[in-house]
Structure formats: C-alpha cells, structure tokens
Design a protein around this ligand. Structure first.
Ligand code: B4P
Length: 203
C-alpha cells in the first residue's frame, strides 16, 4: 500500500471495559463507517487451528498477542472483508477498536492508517472492572474470567497501551467521559464524527 492510499481511520482508544466494542459496533452500523475490532477477530478464530491456539494462549492470560501476528491477522481480515464487499476502502472510514495497542503497533501501521481522530474513552478503573465482571457472567470470555486476568489487562494497558496516546498529535485526541450512559457516550462521539464525515464527503 502506498502512502497516498492509507485507510482513513478513527481510533477507539481506552482501557478494558471503557466501551470501545460497545460503541464501535453501533458506529459501524452507520453508513460510511466500518467497525473493526482485533478482540472480536481473535475470538472468532478457530481454536483447533495453530494460529487460533497461539492467540488463545495470550488472550486467556490477559497478555497482548505478539505484534507481527496481530497485524498479519488484522490485515488478512480486512482484505477478506474488502474481497467480499463488506468493506469499501475508497469510501468508508474504519472505526478501529483495540488496535494499535502499543507504540510498536502504531509505528508498524503508520504506512497503512491515516488516523483522523483518536477517541479516548476515560472512566474510573473500579467502574470498568465492575463492567468486565458483569460481562464475564454473561459472555463467558476467557479474558474476563478471573480478577487476576482482569488486573493483568489493566497493567498491560497502563504500561504498553496508554503511551500510544502520545504517539499521535495532541489535536487529534478527543477525550470522552466513558462513565456516562452508553447513549450519552455515543452522542458525544457522534458530535465529533459528524463534521469529520461531512468534510470527508465534501459537504
Ligand atoms: P478487546 O476485545 O478489545 O477487549 P476490551 O478491552 O475488554 O474491550 P471491549 O471493547 O470488548 O469492551 P467494552 O469496553 O466495549 O480485547 C480482548 C483481548 O484481545 C486483549 O486483552 C488482548 O489479549 C487481545 N488483543 C486485542 N487487540 C490486540 C492488539 N492490538 N494487540 C495485541 N493483543 C490484542 O465493554 C465492556 C462491558 O462494559 C460490556 O459488557 C458493555 O456492555 C459494558 N459497557 C460499555 N459501555 C458502557 C456504559 N457506558 N455504561 C455501562 N456499561 C457499559
């Protein structure tokens, strides 16, 4: 991919339980946006395959999946979506949820992504832990299974993921209070995206 053909992208950024997936799914239903979540892609892998098993080893411990593997899987997924006409790179903006998750991934993706905005979802850690515990009961996710795994994920977020915020220019980062109701958070994100989308479409 040449530098001129980078994917137009909005990053959904925040700690585990901050609402990235929740908001991303809704935003992806709006015409002109395409939601892509590395967490969802990983969870959809076949556990019988070598790749699926390797990914599971990391996710179930609350660790990050290695960078090269993460980016390869994501790129293959995106190409597949383009091939079956689910994603139209010329016209759609990607709502990217869970990627990049460390500075190295951000650097690797520099030639692939044209980051228009970084939506930083911020909430109190206790609140996010409470949400993950509730989700664990409903969805049976391995990465929410125990308090120990959840706590590891917050450590990883602080040490590896949070520095990504400094990688992008300050004016691109918008902070949103993610402790509000889902609709209120959505409404604030939409407020950021509307002018951006209109500019992209030439309105
Ligand atoms: P993810 O799938 O990204 O998991 P997450 O951080 O917990 O966020 P998610 O988006 O699912 O949850 P949300 O806050 O929306 O990652 C899973 C694992 O995959 C990682 O730990 C890692 O191992 C691996 N991984 C992913 N990307 C990677 C990468 N790039 N590199 C390496 N490894 C990678 O929702 C949480 C709960 O809160 C839900 O139950 C929801 O209903 C609730 N909620 C959301 N918003 C709310 C609100 N406003 N009010 C009340 N409840 C709310």
């Amino acid at each position: 991919m040449t530098h001129q053909h980078r994917y137009k992208t909005i990053l959904l950024f925040g700690a585990p339980g901050s609402g990235k997936g929740t908001q991303g799914k809704i935003l992806g239903a709006i015409p002109g946006f395409f939601h892509s979540s590395t967490g969802d892609i990983f969870r959809s892998l076949d556990l019988q395959s070598p790749t699926g098993r390797t990914v599971w080893e990391f996710v179930s411990k609350g660790k990050l999946v290695p960078d090269g593997l993460t980016i390869n899987i994501w790129k293959q997924y995106l190409q597949g979506m383009e091939l079956i006409n689910q994603f139209h790179s010329e016209t759609e903006i990607i709502v990217l949820d869970g990627l990049p998750r460390n500075v190295e991934q951000a650097k690797i993706l520099e030639d692939t992504l044209d980051v228009l905005k970084v939506i930083h979802l911020v909430a109190d850690q206790a609140k996010m832990v409470e949400r993950l515990r509730r989700r664990a009961l409903k969805e049976n996710r391995v990465d929410d299974a125990t308090d120990q795994v959840i706590s590891r994920r917050f450590d990883v977020y602080q040490k590896e993921t949070k520095p990504v915020l400094e990688y992008y220019p300050e004016e691109k980062v918008v902070t949103i209070d993610a402790a509000q109701s889902q609709m209120r958070v959505l409404s604030e994100i939409i407020g950021v995206l509307v002018p951006l989308k209109e500019m992209h479409d030439g309105h």
